[in-house]
Design a protein around this ligand. Structure first.
Ligand SMILES: Nc1ncnc2c1ncn2[C@@H]1O[C@H](COP(=O)(O)OP(=O)(O)OP(=O)(O)O)[C@@H](O)[C@H]1O
Ligand SMILES: [Mg+2]
Length: 294
């Protein structure tokens, strides 16, 4: 008996298949926003086209840690790498966010939306640029490892850090994303985050944009000081992550959302929405410590 060795091969089409698992364009774009979150970005600006013209583009620009050339090769271009094994489950302090990236494939969400994904990333005075081309992935025979990805590097301002992804040759068959529909997709994870500003065509995502009755009030709580209460009572049932009341101290959410027994309070009118009012209510309380006496 003779024994010959064999190896797994990976068709470049795998990248396209991985990108095809998103139900909506907005959820595909959310993958790129999740990457900005994991990069400790404080701001991510998304530019959406106002018409699906042939030259329309979508830009996702973050001011996170960016990548150097080595990280582009070893982290970005590596399929199915588990970043949490390499770098832990939290992002570096002071933000120390829980890392969202798990599978090492989320970037391919970009190529379901667009035929060409151009990435420019800057870190410590060096910029790296490269692109991922859907056609090349679909049409190149052989193994994905053999697809060449030229990386251009250049010096840049040391202050400029972050990653910008430009999606062009947008898939015409997709439902047209609007700032509203994108905000809707991002709100469950991000509407309550104060240290992560997401702008879609210049307007900021925040929890008060959720459709419903709104109230903002400043209260004085003995022993605590000024407390800002912000409520949105929605007519529709909100995704679970947006239900309940969260407490924020110095912009940081403390603990998870709770209802504080409001759902059992008979004075809370239930007729104004289909579901129980408390289940549809969300608020943030911002507390300020009282000034020390004397
Ligand atoms: N905007 C970004 N800024 C800095 N690094 C990034 C950015 N986007 C991606 N990366 C790097 O590229 C890696 C691969 O991203 P990708 O989204 O494919 O996988 P992931 O985030 O690790 O996991 P998942 O598939 O669950 O999203 C990331 O782990 C990160 O190291
Ligand atoms: Mg990711």
């Amino acid at each position: 008996m003779r024994r010959k060795m064999a190896n797994f091969g990976v068709s470049p089409r795998l990248a396209v298949l991985l990108g095809e698992s998103y139900r909506t364009v907005e959820l595909a774009l959310k993958e790129l926003v999740d990457n900005a979150w994991d990069a400790n970005a404080v701001t991510v600006e998304v530019q959406l086209p106002t018409a699906m013209a042939p030259d329309a583009k979508i830009v996702i620009a973050d001011n996170g840690e960016g990548m150097n050339e080595k990280q582009v090769r070893e982290d970005y271009l590596r399929i199915a790498r588990d970043r949490r094994k390499d770098r832990g489950t939290r992002t570096p302090p002071p933000l120390s966010r829980e890392v969202k990236g798990r599978k090492g494939v989320g970037k391919f969400a970009g190529i379901i939306v667009a035929e060409v994904m151009a990435i420019e990333t800057k870190q410590k005075g060096a910029a790296a640029r490269f692109r991922i081309d859907r056609k090349a992935l679909e049409e190149t025979p052989g193994d994905i490892a053999r697809i060449e990805v030229p990386i251009e590097t250049a010096a840049c301002d040391a202050e400029e850090t972050g990653t910008t992804i430009t999606l062009t040759h947008l898939a015409q068959s997709l439902n047209f994303p609007t700032p509203e529909s994108l905000r809707h997709a991002l709100a469950p994870d991000y509407a309550r985050e104060e240290r992560f500003t997401i702008k879609a065509n210049g307007s900021r995502l925040d929890h008060l944009q959720v459709a419903g009755h709104k109230a903002v009030e400043t209260l004085s709580v003995p022993g605590v000081g000024g407390v800002q209460a912000e409520f949105v009572v929605s007519e529709k049932k909100l995704p679970k992550a947006m239900q309940g009341i969260v407490i924020k101290v110095k912009g940081k959410i403390v603990g998870g959302p709770r209802f504080f027994n409001l759902e059992q309070d008979e004075t809370v009118p239930r007729t104004c929405c289909n579901i129980c009012l408390a289940c549809c209510m969300r608020t943030s309380l911002k507390t300020k410590r009282p000034a020390p006496a004397g």
